[in-house]
Ligand binder design. Structure first.
Ligand SMILES: C[S@@+](CC[C@H](N)C(=O)[O-])C[C@H]1O[C@@H](n2cnc3c(N)ncnc32)[C@H](O)[C@@H]1O
Length: 418
């Protein structure tokens, strides 16, 4: 699917009269403000807006935030400083299909001679509005598939839920959500996943959420947690637990029997993990705020390392412009260190899952190769063998891809200690 198609059916006429605040909001995003926050603020400041007006404002700000490189190409300003009204004009005319006159009026462009129309650009980075270093990395690692992958990274992802089996089965959750007028279908890849059909619900307002029956979690992320194959009664470590997206899945798999150790260096995220664990009914969680205690001898460990997050680019329109190439280059050393540290806490025969939400070889396959070179006591297994579908593997690794699987992009290696 062409990700610009959806722009053709939006209520753009509702921007009439809102040109000035919308252009101001876009200018703030182009100067570096986070698009989500700018949109929240714009809507909070104008509670009187009608539904079509709200839709048009959100889509205009997010649209320019996401497509800014492609729009600059259409506007003939690729090498010049970003110009909010001109980029909005290009969004409306060149991607949304409005006439020159209508696009100029709704964007508030005064210039009587708009830039001439140009065919879509050839270069991958400009066509899909990606920084060139990201486009080059995806082209190198995904070859002929890179175009479809980049297109999928420019479409909003679905809302995916994970049934919290401490409180409800997936079937029971689907029924409870049905009672709250939320229609879902079973996810194709994770046995815990429900994908929301229809408009995005207000999750926080749902009774089923407040009662801890589910978490919002992409199917690919669920698979990373499932790869640890946690069994009730085991001792499991989540070495980079963050706010607990995967920790809570591990807890449900353990069924509150055994011990779940969670570590992170970010205290605020660990606070959120504790609150979420309480809502989810987790009773065997041990949070370690400074370091993982010695002598755990875990049955399984998950190391979900900090990464460049290229697999999750569809979750935020401006995320791609926030990832710094220099920082991304420094990540593999940290990732290898975190994997090596976590490996020390495994018993003989224990399972070690290395996971990222990026699609860069340097942070994925290369880190695992370097780890294996220094740790002959570990062996790489076909990820998720025998339960994981072969279509979710690239070589021995779990790799989920938005254009193939409809999930965010994730990578994981399934390692076993001798
Ligand atoms: C990809 S995020 C984890 C997301 C989490 N597993 C989830 O599913 O929600 C990576 C985490 O690594 C943490 N981190 C960064 N450096 C670390 C370190 N030296 N030791 C432990 N955690 C670290 C970050 O604070 C961040 O929460």
């Amino acid at each position: 699917m062409d990700p610009t198609d959806r722009l053709h059916s939006l209520p753009w006429a509702a921007l009439d009269g809102l040109q000035q605040p919308v252009r101001g909001a876009i200018a703030r995003v182009l100067e570096g403000a986070e698009a989500e926050r700018v949109v929240d603020r714009a809507l909070r400041d104008r509670r009187e807006l009608s539904r079509p007006q709200r839709t048009a404002v959100v889509e205009a700000i997010f649209g320019v935030a996401l497509w800014r490189r492609r729009l600059a190409w259409h506007a003939g300003t690729l090498e010049q400083p970003a110009d909010a009204p001109l980029l909005l004009f290009a969004l409306l005319r060149d991607l949304a299909g409005l006439s020159d006159g209508e696009a100029a009026r709704l964007a508030g462009v005064m210039d009587p001679s708009p830039p001439p129309r140009r065919p879509p650009p050839e270069a991958l980075g400009v066509r899909w509005s990606l920084p060139d270093w990201i486009a080059a990395s995806l082209a190198r690692d995904f070859g002929a598939e890179a175009d479809a992958l980049c297109a999928a990274l420019n479409l909003p992802g679905p809302v995916c839920l994970r049934a919290n089996t401490l409180r409800a089965t997936r079937e029971a959750l689907a029924a409870r959500l049905g009672d709250e007028n939320i229609t879902t279908r079973f996810g194709e890849h994770s046995r815990l996943a429900l994908v929301v059909e229809g408009p995005r619900p207000n999750i926080l307002g749902l009774r089923a959420f407040r009662e801890g029956l589910f978490e919002v979690q992409d199917e690919g992320s669920q698979l990373l947690g499932l790869l640890a194959s946690a069994q009730p009664g085991e001792t499991v470590l989540d070495a980079c637990a963050g706010a607990g997206g995967k920790t809570l899945l591990l807890a449900a798999e353990l069924a509150n029997a055994g011990a779940l150790h969670a570590h992170d260096i970010d205290q605020e995220r660990l606070d959120r993990l504790e609150r979420r664990a309480e809502r989810a009914g987790v009773t065997n969680l041990l949070v370690h705020r400074t370091s993982v205690p010695e002598g755990l001898r875990c049955d399984a460990a998950l190391v979900d390392v900090p990464c460049s997050e290229l697999g999750a680019l569809r979750r935020g329109p401006d995320a791609r412009f926030r990832v710094r190439e220099k920082l991304a280059r420094s990540l593999p050393e940290l990732q290898l260190r975190l994997l090596t540290e976590a490996a020390q806490h495994l018993r003989s025969g224990g399972r070690l899952v290395y996971a990222t939400c990026t699609l860069r070889r340097e942070e994925n396959e290369d880190v695992v190769s370097r780890f294996l070179e220094g740790h002959p006591e570990f062996a790489l297994r076909p990820a998720g063998d025998p339960w994981l579908s072969a279509s979710l593997r690239r070589g021995p690794f779990l790799t989920t891809l938005p254009h193939r699987h409809g999930t965010d992009g994730f990578f994981a290696a399934d390692l076993r200690r001798a």
